[in-house]
Design a protein around this ligand. Structure first.
Ligand SMILES: *Cc1c(COP(=O)(O)O)cnc(C)c1O
Length: 436
Protein backbone atom coordinates (compact mmCIF):
# COMPACT_ATOMS: atom_id res chain seq x y z
CA UNK A 1 0.00 0.00 0.00
CA UNK A 2 1.16 3.50 -0.89
CA UNK A 3 0.61 4.86 2.62
CA UNK A 4 2.74 2.05 4.09
CA UNK A 5 5.59 2.94 1.72
CA UNK A 6 5.41 6.56 2.88
CA UNK A 7 5.52 5.49 6.50
CA UNK A 8 8.42 3.11 5.94
CA UNK A 9 10.42 5.98 4.44
CA UNK A 10 9.55 8.66 6.96
CA UNK A 11 9.48 6.57 10.14
CA UNK A 12 10.99 3.13 9.77
CA UNK A 13 10.84 2.55 13.52
CA UNK A 14 7.04 2.85 13.80
CA UNK A 15 6.54 1.20 10.39
CA UNK A 16 8.40 -1.80 11.71
CA UNK A 17 6.08 -2.19 14.72
CA UNK A 18 3.09 -1.89 12.41
CA UNK A 19 4.33 -4.60 10.08
CA UNK A 20 5.14 -6.95 12.94
CA UNK A 21 1.69 -6.38 14.45
CA UNK A 22 0.14 -7.25 11.07
CA UNK A 23 2.20 -10.45 11.04
CA UNK A 24 1.09 -11.30 14.59
CA UNK A 25 -2.56 -10.78 13.61
CA UNK A 26 -2.15 -12.89 10.46
CA UNK A 27 -0.37 -15.79 12.13
CA UNK A 28 -2.40 -16.12 15.29
CA UNK A 29 -5.88 -17.26 16.22
CA UNK A 30 -7.70 -14.27 17.68
CA UNK A 31 -10.18 -15.38 20.32
CA UNK A 32 -10.57 -12.17 22.31
CA UNK A 33 -14.35 -11.66 22.04
CA UNK A 34 -14.14 -7.86 21.87
CA UNK A 35 -11.75 -7.86 18.91
CA UNK A 36 -12.27 -8.13 15.18
CA UNK A 37 -10.70 -7.36 11.81
CA UNK A 38 -12.20 -4.36 10.02
CA UNK A 39 -12.46 -4.17 6.26
CA UNK A 40 -9.84 -2.32 4.26
CA UNK A 41 -12.49 0.30 3.47
CA UNK A 42 -12.84 0.99 7.21
CA UNK A 43 -9.04 1.13 7.61
CA UNK A 44 -8.77 3.59 4.74
CA UNK A 45 -11.43 5.87 6.22
CA UNK A 46 -9.64 5.98 9.57
CA UNK A 47 -6.39 6.84 7.82
CA UNK A 48 -7.97 9.71 5.90
CA UNK A 49 -7.84 13.53 5.74
CA UNK A 50 -10.99 13.74 7.88
CA UNK A 51 -8.60 13.50 10.82
CA UNK A 52 -7.47 17.05 9.96
CA UNK A 53 -10.84 18.68 10.59
CA UNK A 54 -12.42 20.28 13.66
CA UNK A 55 -16.20 20.23 13.84
CA UNK A 56 -17.51 20.84 17.35
CA UNK A 57 -21.30 20.77 17.37
CA UNK A 58 -23.71 18.76 15.25
CA UNK A 59 -24.50 18.74 11.50
CA UNK A 60 -25.65 22.23 10.37
CA UNK A 61 -24.93 23.58 13.90
CA UNK A 62 -21.13 23.79 14.04
CA UNK A 63 -18.78 26.17 15.78
CA UNK A 64 -16.18 26.14 12.99
CA UNK A 65 -16.22 26.89 9.28
CA UNK A 66 -15.51 24.46 6.50
CA UNK A 67 -17.81 21.73 7.75
CA UNK A 68 -20.11 21.25 4.73
CA UNK A 69 -18.52 17.93 3.82
CA UNK A 70 -18.09 16.68 7.37
CA UNK A 71 -21.82 17.39 7.83
CA UNK A 72 -22.56 15.13 4.88
CA UNK A 73 -20.54 12.21 6.21
CA UNK A 74 -21.96 12.54 9.74
CA UNK A 75 -25.49 12.58 8.31
CA UNK A 76 -24.71 9.43 6.28
CA UNK A 77 -23.48 7.74 9.48
CA UNK A 78 -26.63 8.83 11.37
CA UNK A 79 -29.04 7.71 8.64
CA UNK A 80 -27.34 4.34 8.25
CA UNK A 81 -27.26 3.72 12.02
CA UNK A 82 -30.98 4.49 12.25
CA UNK A 83 -31.76 2.11 9.41
CA UNK A 84 -29.47 -0.59 10.80
CA UNK A 85 -30.78 -0.55 14.38
CA UNK A 86 -34.26 0.88 13.79
CA UNK A 87 -33.71 3.51 16.49
CA UNK A 88 -35.47 6.88 16.85
CA UNK A 89 -32.36 8.93 17.54
CA UNK A 90 -28.61 8.34 17.40
CA UNK A 91 -25.50 10.24 18.36
CA UNK A 92 -22.48 8.98 16.40
CA UNK A 93 -19.84 11.13 18.10
CA UNK A 94 -18.75 9.19 21.24
CA UNK A 95 -15.03 8.47 21.18
CA UNK A 96 -15.41 4.97 22.61
CA UNK A 97 -17.65 2.75 24.74
CA UNK A 98 -16.59 4.10 28.12
CA UNK A 99 -17.10 7.79 27.20
CA UNK A 100 -20.49 6.85 25.68
CA UNK A 101 -21.59 5.32 28.97
CA UNK A 102 -20.16 8.30 30.85
CA UNK A 103 -22.30 10.60 28.69
CA UNK A 104 -25.44 8.63 29.56
CA UNK A 105 -24.72 8.89 33.30
CA UNK A 106 -24.02 12.60 32.84
CA UNK A 107 -27.27 13.09 30.91
CA UNK A 108 -29.62 11.20 33.22
CA UNK A 109 -28.19 11.05 36.75
CA UNK A 110 -26.91 13.50 39.34
CA UNK A 111 -23.75 12.71 41.29
CA UNK A 112 -24.40 10.08 43.99
CA UNK A 113 -27.67 8.94 42.37
CA UNK A 114 -28.34 5.22 42.66
CA UNK A 115 -28.27 2.75 39.77
CA UNK A 116 -27.99 -1.00 39.41
CA UNK A 117 -25.59 -2.82 37.08
CA UNK A 118 -24.17 -6.26 36.38
CA UNK A 119 -21.29 -7.22 38.70
CA UNK A 120 -17.89 -7.01 37.01
CA UNK A 121 -16.73 -10.42 38.17
CA UNK A 122 -19.80 -12.18 36.72
CA UNK A 123 -19.87 -10.49 33.33
CA UNK A 124 -20.60 -6.74 33.55
CA UNK A 125 -18.30 -3.93 32.36
CA UNK A 126 -16.12 -1.58 34.44
CA UNK A 127 -18.47 1.28 33.53
CA UNK A 128 -21.43 -0.64 35.02
CA UNK A 129 -20.45 0.34 38.56
CA UNK A 130 -17.01 -1.05 39.37
CA UNK A 131 -15.56 0.70 42.44
CA UNK A 132 -12.37 1.59 40.53
CA UNK A 133 -14.35 3.28 37.72
CA UNK A 134 -16.06 6.72 37.47
CA UNK A 135 -19.40 4.88 37.53
CA UNK A 136 -18.72 3.31 40.92
CA UNK A 137 -16.90 6.32 42.38
CA UNK A 138 -19.28 9.11 41.38
CA UNK A 139 -22.61 7.28 41.58
CA UNK A 140 -24.12 4.84 44.06
CA UNK A 141 -23.98 1.43 42.42
CA UNK A 142 -25.72 -1.68 43.66
CA UNK A 143 -24.69 -4.75 41.63
CA UNK A 144 -26.82 -7.65 40.56
CA UNK A 145 -25.29 -11.05 40.01
CA UNK A 146 -25.96 -14.39 38.35
CA UNK A 147 -27.55 -17.28 40.22
CA UNK A 148 -24.72 -19.12 41.97
CA UNK A 149 -25.84 -22.60 40.85
CA UNK A 150 -26.95 -21.96 37.26
CA UNK A 151 -24.54 -19.02 36.64
CA UNK A 152 -27.45 -17.43 34.74
CA UNK A 153 -29.15 -14.06 35.38
CA UNK A 154 -32.33 -14.50 37.38
CA UNK A 155 -34.76 -11.75 36.35
CA UNK A 156 -36.98 -12.23 39.40
CA UNK A 157 -34.00 -11.54 41.70
CA UNK A 158 -33.09 -8.46 39.68
CA UNK A 159 -36.69 -7.27 39.98
CA UNK A 160 -36.63 -7.75 43.77
CA UNK A 161 -33.35 -5.82 44.01
CA UNK A 162 -34.81 -2.97 41.92
CA UNK A 163 -37.97 -2.81 44.06
CA UNK A 164 -35.84 -2.68 47.20
CA UNK A 165 -33.23 -0.19 45.99
CA UNK A 166 -35.40 2.09 43.78
CA UNK A 167 -32.52 2.99 41.42
CA UNK A 168 -32.74 5.87 38.95
CA UNK A 169 -31.15 3.74 36.22
CA UNK A 170 -30.77 0.03 35.42
CA UNK A 171 -27.98 -1.15 33.11
CA UNK A 172 -28.28 -4.32 31.09
CA UNK A 173 -25.39 -5.63 29.01
CA UNK A 174 -22.34 -7.84 29.19
CA UNK A 175 -18.68 -8.31 28.54
CA UNK A 176 -18.26 -11.87 29.79
CA UNK A 177 -21.70 -13.48 30.00
CA UNK A 178 -22.29 -16.25 27.45
CA UNK A 179 -26.10 -16.21 27.52
CA UNK A 180 -28.91 -14.22 25.88
CA UNK A 181 -30.00 -11.06 27.71
CA UNK A 182 -33.75 -10.54 28.16
CA UNK A 183 -33.95 -6.81 27.35
CA UNK A 184 -37.76 -6.78 27.47
CA UNK A 185 -37.72 -8.11 31.05
CA UNK A 186 -35.17 -5.44 32.03
CA UNK A 187 -37.40 -2.74 30.53
CA UNK A 188 -40.46 -4.02 32.41
CA UNK A 189 -38.54 -3.83 35.69
CA UNK A 190 -37.27 -0.33 34.83
CA UNK A 191 -40.82 0.81 34.12
CA UNK A 192 -42.14 -0.75 37.31
CA UNK A 193 -39.63 1.20 39.45
CA UNK A 194 -39.54 4.41 37.33
CA UNK A 195 -35.91 3.96 36.38
CA UNK A 196 -34.20 4.56 33.06
CA UNK A 197 -33.02 1.47 31.24
CA UNK A 198 -29.60 1.68 29.59
CA UNK A 199 -28.85 -1.34 27.41
CA UNK A 200 -25.13 -1.54 26.64
CA UNK A 201 -24.78 -3.85 23.64
CA UNK A 202 -21.09 -3.18 22.98
CA UNK A 203 -20.23 -6.85 22.70
CA UNK A 204 -23.30 -8.10 20.86
CA UNK A 205 -24.21 -5.23 18.49
CA UNK A 206 -23.13 -7.26 15.46
CA UNK A 207 -25.34 -10.14 16.58
CA UNK A 208 -28.26 -7.78 17.22
CA UNK A 209 -28.20 -6.22 13.74
CA UNK A 210 -27.51 -9.63 12.18
CA UNK A 211 -30.63 -11.16 13.77
CA UNK A 212 -28.53 -13.49 15.93
CA UNK A 213 -29.59 -11.90 19.24
CA UNK A 214 -32.81 -10.12 20.25
CA UNK A 215 -32.66 -6.32 20.03
CA UNK A 216 -33.11 -3.90 22.95
CA UNK A 217 -34.10 -1.10 20.57
CA UNK A 218 -37.88 -1.47 20.86
CA UNK A 219 -37.59 -1.53 24.66
CA UNK A 220 -34.70 0.37 26.26
CA UNK A 221 -34.69 4.14 26.82
CA UNK A 222 -31.03 4.42 25.88
CA UNK A 223 -28.70 2.01 24.10
CA UNK A 224 -24.94 2.35 23.86
CA UNK A 225 -22.61 0.30 21.74
CA UNK A 226 -19.01 0.31 20.70
CA UNK A 227 -18.55 0.09 16.95
CA UNK A 228 -15.34 -1.97 16.94
CA UNK A 229 -16.37 -5.29 18.46
CA UNK A 230 -18.77 -7.73 16.75
CA UNK A 231 -20.09 -4.76 14.71
CA UNK A 232 -16.66 -4.71 12.99
CA UNK A 233 -16.20 -0.99 12.52
CA UNK A 234 -13.59 1.51 13.73
CA UNK A 235 -12.79 2.05 17.41
CA UNK A 236 -15.62 4.22 18.67
CA UNK A 237 -19.17 4.16 19.96
CA UNK A 238 -22.70 5.45 19.36
CA UNK A 239 -25.61 6.25 21.66
CA UNK A 240 -29.17 5.50 20.55
CA UNK A 241 -32.28 6.61 22.41
CA UNK A 242 -35.98 7.34 22.33
CA UNK A 243 -36.84 10.96 21.61
CA UNK A 244 -39.29 11.45 24.47
CA UNK A 245 -38.20 11.35 28.10
CA UNK A 246 -40.69 8.90 29.67
CA UNK A 247 -39.59 10.04 33.16
CA UNK A 248 -39.34 13.78 32.48
CA UNK A 249 -41.82 14.90 35.14
CA UNK A 250 -40.31 12.65 37.77
CA UNK A 251 -36.56 12.98 37.12
CA UNK A 252 -36.06 16.16 35.04
CA UNK A 253 -39.09 18.39 35.82
CA UNK A 254 -37.11 21.61 35.35
CA UNK A 255 -35.51 20.67 32.06
CA UNK A 256 -36.88 21.78 28.70
CA UNK A 257 -35.01 18.97 26.98
CA UNK A 258 -36.41 15.71 25.69
CA UNK A 259 -34.34 12.51 26.05
CA UNK A 260 -32.45 12.86 22.77
CA UNK A 261 -31.50 16.46 23.63
CA UNK A 262 -30.31 15.39 27.09
CA UNK A 263 -28.06 12.78 25.48
CA UNK A 264 -26.74 15.04 22.73
CA UNK A 265 -25.84 17.87 25.06
CA UNK A 266 -24.16 15.43 27.45
CA UNK A 267 -21.87 14.24 24.62
CA UNK A 268 -21.19 17.76 23.36
CA UNK A 269 -20.55 20.18 25.04
CA UNK A 270 -20.96 18.15 28.24
CA UNK A 271 -18.13 15.69 27.86
CA UNK A 272 -16.37 15.89 24.52
CA UNK A 273 -14.91 18.53 22.24
CA UNK A 274 -14.50 17.96 18.52
CA UNK A 275 -15.78 14.68 17.14
CA UNK A 276 -13.26 12.40 15.41
CA UNK A 277 -14.50 12.91 11.86
CA UNK A 278 -12.23 10.24 10.37
CA UNK A 279 -13.83 7.77 12.77
CA UNK A 280 -17.31 9.06 11.88
CA UNK A 281 -16.52 8.35 8.21
CA UNK A 282 -15.35 4.86 9.12
CA UNK A 283 -18.49 4.28 11.22
CA UNK A 284 -20.59 5.21 8.17
CA UNK A 285 -18.64 2.68 6.08
CA UNK A 286 -19.04 -0.05 8.71
CA UNK A 287 -22.81 0.60 9.03
CA UNK A 288 -23.05 0.34 5.23
CA UNK A 289 -21.30 -3.02 5.39
CA UNK A 290 -23.57 -4.21 8.20
CA UNK A 291 -26.65 -3.28 6.14
CA UNK A 292 -25.65 -5.80 3.47
CA UNK A 293 -27.31 -9.24 3.53
CA UNK A 294 -23.93 -11.01 3.96
CA UNK A 295 -23.62 -9.43 7.39
CA UNK A 296 -26.48 -11.59 8.67
CA UNK A 297 -24.63 -14.73 7.52
CA UNK A 298 -21.55 -13.51 9.38
CA UNK A 299 -23.54 -12.81 12.58
CA UNK A 300 -25.26 -16.20 12.51
CA UNK A 301 -21.95 -17.95 11.83
CA UNK A 302 -20.42 -16.24 14.88
CA UNK A 303 -23.01 -17.96 17.09
CA UNK A 304 -22.71 -21.29 15.24
CA UNK A 305 -18.94 -21.17 15.69
CA UNK A 306 -19.24 -20.31 19.40
CA UNK A 307 -21.67 -23.18 20.00
CA UNK A 308 -19.44 -25.54 18.05
CA UNK A 309 -16.31 -24.41 19.96
CA UNK A 310 -18.21 -24.84 23.24
CA UNK A 311 -19.38 -28.37 22.33
CA UNK A 312 -15.89 -29.39 21.20
CA UNK A 313 -14.32 -28.07 24.40
CA UNK A 314 -16.87 -29.83 26.60
CA UNK A 315 -16.33 -33.10 24.75
CA UNK A 316 -12.61 -32.67 25.57
CA UNK A 317 -13.63 -32.47 29.24
CA UNK A 318 -13.20 -28.71 29.66
CA UNK A 319 -15.71 -27.07 32.04
CA UNK A 320 -17.57 -24.01 30.73
CA UNK A 321 -19.41 -21.40 32.75
CA UNK A 322 -23.18 -22.11 32.25
CA UNK A 323 -22.15 -25.24 30.29
CA UNK A 324 -22.47 -23.59 26.90
CA UNK A 325 -23.29 -20.38 25.05
CA UNK A 326 -26.09 -18.51 23.26
CA UNK A 327 -23.89 -15.76 21.82
CA UNK A 328 -20.33 -15.16 20.59
CA UNK A 329 -18.69 -15.85 23.91
CA UNK A 330 -17.35 -18.93 25.70
CA UNK A 331 -16.06 -18.78 29.27
CA UNK A 332 -13.74 -21.58 30.42
CA UNK A 333 -13.76 -22.42 34.13
CA UNK A 334 -10.23 -23.55 35.05
CA UNK A 335 -11.07 -24.55 38.62
CA UNK A 336 -11.81 -28.24 37.84
CA UNK A 337 -8.32 -28.44 36.25
CA UNK A 338 -6.72 -27.44 39.55
CA UNK A 339 -5.91 -24.04 37.99
CA UNK A 340 -7.80 -21.70 40.36
CA UNK A 341 -6.28 -18.22 40.00
CA UNK A 342 -4.07 -19.45 37.12
CA UNK A 343 -5.84 -17.76 34.17
CA UNK A 344 -2.76 -15.56 33.63
CA UNK A 345 -0.14 -18.31 33.16
CA UNK A 346 -2.51 -20.27 30.88
CA UNK A 347 -3.17 -17.11 28.83
CA UNK A 348 0.63 -16.76 28.43
CA UNK A 349 1.07 -20.42 27.44
CA UNK A 350 -1.69 -19.95 24.83
CA UNK A 351 0.07 -16.82 23.55
CA UNK A 352 3.12 -19.00 22.95
CA UNK A 353 0.88 -21.43 21.07
CA UNK A 354 -0.40 -18.62 18.79
CA UNK A 355 -3.86 -18.50 20.40
CA UNK A 356 -4.84 -15.14 21.87
CA UNK A 357 -7.38 -15.25 24.69
CA UNK A 358 -7.86 -13.25 27.85
CA UNK A 359 -7.83 -14.33 31.44
CA UNK A 360 -11.16 -13.61 33.08
CA UNK A 361 -12.96 -14.01 36.37
CA UNK A 362 -15.56 -16.74 36.79
CA UNK A 363 -18.84 -15.96 38.63
CA UNK A 364 -18.21 -15.62 42.38
CA UNK A 365 -14.47 -15.67 41.61
CA UNK A 366 -12.63 -17.32 44.52
CA UNK A 367 -9.28 -15.72 43.54
CA UNK A 368 -8.94 -12.11 42.22
CA UNK A 369 -9.51 -10.15 38.97
CA UNK A 370 -5.74 -9.99 38.42
CA UNK A 371 -5.29 -13.72 39.12
CA UNK A 372 -8.62 -15.05 37.85
CA UNK A 373 -9.77 -18.62 37.37
CA UNK A 374 -11.20 -18.42 33.88
CA UNK A 375 -10.46 -17.75 30.23
CA UNK A 376 -12.74 -15.73 27.97
CA UNK A 377 -13.00 -16.70 24.31
CA UNK A 378 -15.06 -15.33 21.45
CA UNK A 379 -15.63 -16.07 17.78
CA UNK A 380 -16.22 -12.72 15.96
CA UNK A 381 -12.64 -12.28 14.67
CA UNK A 382 -12.13 -15.86 13.48
CA UNK A 383 -15.57 -15.78 11.84
CA UNK A 384 -14.60 -12.63 9.94
CA UNK A 385 -11.58 -14.59 8.78
CA UNK A 386 -13.88 -17.18 7.26
CA UNK A 387 -13.46 -20.00 9.74
CA UNK A 388 -16.32 -22.43 10.32
CA UNK A 389 -17.20 -25.44 12.50
CA UNK A 390 -14.36 -27.72 11.33
CA UNK A 391 -11.77 -25.07 12.22
CA UNK A 392 -13.35 -24.79 15.68
CA UNK A 393 -12.43 -28.42 16.28
CA UNK A 394 -8.73 -27.75 15.57
CA UNK A 395 -8.78 -24.67 17.83
CA UNK A 396 -10.58 -26.53 20.65
CA UNK A 397 -7.97 -29.30 20.50
CA UNK A 398 -5.14 -26.77 20.78
CA UNK A 399 -6.85 -25.04 23.72
CA UNK A 400 -7.53 -28.31 25.54
CA UNK A 401 -3.97 -29.59 25.06
CA UNK A 402 -2.43 -26.43 26.54
CA UNK A 403 -4.88 -26.39 29.45
CA UNK A 404 -4.55 -30.09 30.27
CA UNK A 405 -0.74 -29.76 30.20
CA UNK A 406 -1.15 -26.89 32.71
CA UNK A 407 0.81 -24.62 30.39
CA UNK A 408 3.77 -26.87 29.52
CA UNK A 409 6.01 -24.73 27.20
CA UNK A 410 7.02 -27.67 24.99
CA UNK A 411 3.41 -28.42 24.23
CA UNK A 412 2.78 -24.81 23.24
CA UNK A 413 5.45 -25.16 20.56
CA UNK A 414 3.71 -28.16 18.94
CA UNK A 415 0.29 -26.52 19.13
CA UNK A 416 1.72 -23.40 17.48
CA UNK A 417 2.66 -25.48 14.43
CA UNK A 418 -0.94 -26.61 13.91
CA UNK A 419 -2.17 -23.04 14.44
CA UNK A 420 0.24 -21.66 11.82
CA UNK A 421 -0.91 -24.36 9.42
CA UNK A 422 -4.52 -23.28 10.02
CA UNK A 423 -4.07 -19.52 9.77
CA UNK A 424 -2.12 -19.81 6.52
CA UNK A 425 -5.30 -21.07 4.89
CA UNK A 426 -7.22 -17.92 5.87
CA UNK A 427 -5.37 -14.85 4.59
CA UNK A 428 -6.31 -11.77 6.55
CA UNK A 429 -5.76 -8.79 4.26
CA UNK A 430 -4.88 -10.33 0.89
CA UNK A 431 -2.63 -7.96 -1.01
CA UNK A 432 -1.69 -6.06 2.13
CA UNK A 433 -0.03 -9.12 3.58
CA UNK A 434 3.73 -9.10 4.07
CA UNK A 435 3.81 -12.84 4.76
CA UNK A 436 5.32 -14.93 2.04
C1 LIG B 1 -16.01 -2.78 25.54
C2 LIG B 1 -17.15 -2.35 26.37
C3 LIG B 1 -17.24 -1.02 26.82
C4 LIG B 1 -16.13 -0.01 26.69
O1 LIG B 1 -15.68 0.25 25.46
P1 LIG B 1 -14.24 0.97 25.25
O2 LIG B 1 -14.32 1.36 23.83
O3 LIG B 1 -13.21 -0.06 25.58
O4 LIG B 1 -14.19 2.14 26.17
C5 LIG B 1 -18.37 -0.65 27.52
N1 LIG B 1 -19.36 -1.54 27.78
C6 LIG B 1 -19.28 -2.82 27.38
C7 LIG B 1 -20.41 -3.74 27.68
C8 LIG B 1 -18.18 -3.27 26.68
O5 LIG B 1 -18.11 -4.54 26.31
Amino acid sequence: MKIMNDLSNSDPEVADTLLRELKRQEEGIELIPSENYTSRAVLQSIGSVFTNKYSEGYPKKRYYGGNEIVDEVEIIAIDRAKELFGCEHVNVQPYSGSPANQAVFFALLNLKDKFIGFSLTSGGHLTHGSHVNFSGKNYACVSYDVNKETEILDMENIRKLALEEKPKMIISGLTAYPREIDFKAFQEIAEEVNAYHLADISHIAGLVVGDAHSSPVPHADVITTTTHKSLRGPRGAIIMCKIEDRLHDLHHPNSKKNLSQLIDSAVFPGLQGGPHDHTTAAKAVAFGEALKPEFKDYAKQIVKNAKSLADDLMSLDIKLVTNGTDNHLVLIDLRPEGLTGKGGPIQNALDDAGITVNKNTVPYEPSSPFHPSGLRLGTPAITTRGMKESEMTVIAEGLAKVIKSKGDPELSVTVKESILELTKQFPLYPGLSILK
